[in-house]
Design a protein around this ligand. Structure first.
Ligand code: ARG
Length: 599
């Protein structure tokens, strides 16, 4: 395929000197495997695109393929067996550590910063976006040859700890006991929510509610944060415990999601001792000026940002932005990265514009290396979620509900299934995570249970089902077939499969439905690369649906294990099954979704 592409490009370049030769993927495999859009070349030559494509089709020739003019496009179409050989060879014959669609190490380092929840708040469905988009970006970068550092900028510092300390000491503290979070609450928490973190969350919500009518409480909270910043031992001890409790709970959720970070120790508090030096550097560079009430700011008007970046408050304390500046400087020194991605919601667009602009002024090294990849907020039908007000949807509730819905379906349709509970968990997760990826990254999502947990249509379970169905065909086929599609333990983003020789005869997969499936499989590497271009998993998710859908056409129209099949027909068809199972499993894995063997 690579060789043919090269020949095609060379021929076009020779026929059209000085024209940019960019090939595309035709809309369907019926049209061909590669398309050259003639618009630009035709314009340059003062011709009509359709006429140019006709001329080229008549004058060029690529061995092993036909050239067809289709309106303004010149399509290259492989002979059916050539296509089968190219695609199956690329998927099946590759070594286990260099899977289909991956690329060799490129010597570039990327930091992906994602998830970054705030301590003492619960993980809501909103956090899923940053966590899973970030996970997919980290996985995909690594798959495509980047050295990836996975960071979590945990919100473990800031004025919200003042609120929490004030609330806790007001209502929950038993001074003789260790952190007491089993206190009686006017409104008892639901059974499964009687966790320490949920108690902290309730304290936080109650404080903000009461504060409305009692503004003095605000000073109380501010006071506590001051004590924390000034190393007051009582404040410190409590803060540390809050942090540990939260981390334990976050860790449990990350384990459930199959997500991990290089460290959870580089949250906001980690940069505490670097805040003064950071402010000093800005001062030395002559960037800090006096703002309102003794605050220190960096003006950004000259670079088109009207709002200055606040770096230091009037009382000398740092803010969120100061910690981000310190973090960026630390990351430069420690990781010497080529790119740093911040997977954070659209509500922080201005914040990152400011941070990046300040960094550019401070050190030109940062120019072009910093990238905010914003994502749309998850909204409830009645409006934005708000932790402060307590109207939120918890991520775990969503995952549990999804699992229960799947379990009910399994109970009804396939009660004898092995590992029922595990399959229900995998499919439930697949539904939720895939739903998220199918949504445009930047548009807001309105949360409704039925949409998020949908099991039919373009969903995770649909793709997962295709995988399980293939595995069942391979099991029935006997011999080594199942083993060929069974993965070893993943290493980084790679799901390793043993390399397997192609069947010598591929006439079994020349039918249109088999060709359509091969065409969609051929689209996967491009879709994986598009994940990096758009910084979202959507192109990969869509392509996986296209593969699953065309598998279904193949399965219906090309009997795989029919007794009348000649052995070479059966082998070629099974090989296509193995290739599809591998591609689906690897693709889902990049998104953080598992592929069941059976369902
Ligand atoms: N903790 C913040 C939040 O929950 C997100 C942090 C984003 N990352 C950063 N480097 N500022 O809103």
């Amino acid at each position: 395929m690579v060789a043919l592409r090269h020949t095609f490009e060379q021929q076009l370049a020779a026929a059209l000197p000085g024209v940019d030769i960019t090939l595309e993927r035709p809309k369907s495999g019926e049209l061909g495997d590669l398309a050259f859009p003639c618009f630009r070349a035709a314009k340059q030559l003062g011709k009509n695109p359709a006429q140019l494509s006709q001329e080229l089709a008549g004058s060029l020739a690529v061995e092993g393929a036909t050239l067809v003019a289709a309106g303004p496009y010149l399509n290259l179409k492989l002979a059916p067996e050539t296509r089968a050989k190219a695609v199956l060879g690329a998927i099946l014959e590759t070594p286990a550590d260099r899977p289909y669609g991956s690329r060799p190490a490129n010597g570039k380092r990327v930091i992906v910063e994602y998830s970054s929840p705030n301590i003492a708040k619960l993980f809501t469905i909103g956090h899923l976006r940053s966590t899973m988009i970030g996970h997919a970006l980290a996985q995909t970068h690594q798959f495509l040859g980047y050295d990836v550092v996975r960071l979590n900028h945990l919100g473990d510092w800031g004025t919200q700890f003042g609120t929490l300390l004030a609330a806790y000491t007001r209502w929950a503290q038993d001074r003789n006991a260790d952190l007491r979070l089993d206190f009686d609450w006017a409104e008892p928490a639901p059974e499964k929510r009687r966790t320490p973190l949920f108690r902290l969350f309730q304290l936080y919500v109650r404080f903000h509610a009461d504060e409305e009518s009692d503004p003095a409480m605000r000073d109380e909270a501010r006071d506590w944060f001051k004590r924390l910043e000034n190393n007051d031992p009582e404040a410190r001890v409590l803060w540390k415990r809050f942090r540990e409790l939260s981390l334990a709970e976050f860790q449990r959720i990350y384990d459930r999601l199959g997500v991990s970070f290089d460290t959870l120790e580089q949250g906001e508090a980690f940069y505490e001792d670097q805040l003064l030096p950071t402010m000093q550097r800005l001062e030395d560079a002559g960037l800090l000026v006096e703002g309102d009430k003794g605050a220190r700011i960096v003006n950004l008007e000259d670079v088109g940002i009207a709002t200055p970046c606040l770096v230091q408050k009037g009382d000398g304390t740092s803010i969120y932005a100061t910690r981000d500046l310190a973090a960026a400087l630390y990351r430069k020194k420690t990781f010497n990265f080529d790119r740093c991605l911040y997977v954070v919601g659209t509500d922080q667009v201005l914040h990152f514009q400011q941070i990046f602009a300040v960094l550019d002024k401070l050190d030109p090294w940062f120019k072009g290396r910093m990238l905010h990849t914003p994502f749309g907020m998850v909204k409830l039908p009645e409006g934005k979620m708000s932790t402060r007000k307590g109207n939120v949807i918890f991520l775990e509730d969503v995952l549990d509900e999804a699992r229960e819905r799947v379990a009910a379906i399994i109970e009804e349709k396939n009660p004898d299934l092995r590992d029922k509970a595990e399959v229900a968990e995998i499919l439930g997760m697949g539904a939720v995570v895939f739903f998220d990826a199918m949504n445009d990254r930047v548009k807001p999502i309105t949360f409704t249970w039925d949409r998020v947990i949908a099991l039919d249509g373009d969903t995770g379970p649909y793709v997962q089902y295709a995988h399980a169905r293939i595995m069942s065909v391979l099991r029935k086929a006997g011999g080594d077939w199942e083993a060929r599609a069974q993965a070893g333990a993943p290493s980084g983003p790679v799901v390793p499969f043993p390399s397997m020789p192609l069947p010598p005869e591929l006439s079994g997969v020349t039918a249109p439905e088999a060709q359509a499936l091969l065409f969609e499989l051929a689209g996967l590497p491009g879709a994986i690369a598009a994940v990096l271009e758009g910084c979202m998993a959507t192109p990969l998710a869509r392509q996986l649906v296209a593969v699953a859908r065309s598998f279904s056409g193949y399965y219906t129209n090309c009997p795989i294990l029919a007794p009348e099949n000649a052995p070479e027909v059966r082998d070629a068809r099974l090989a296509l099954c193995v290739a599809t199972a591998r591609a689906l499993r690897q693709g889902l894995y990049l998104m953080g979704i598992k592929a069941p063997e059976e369902m």
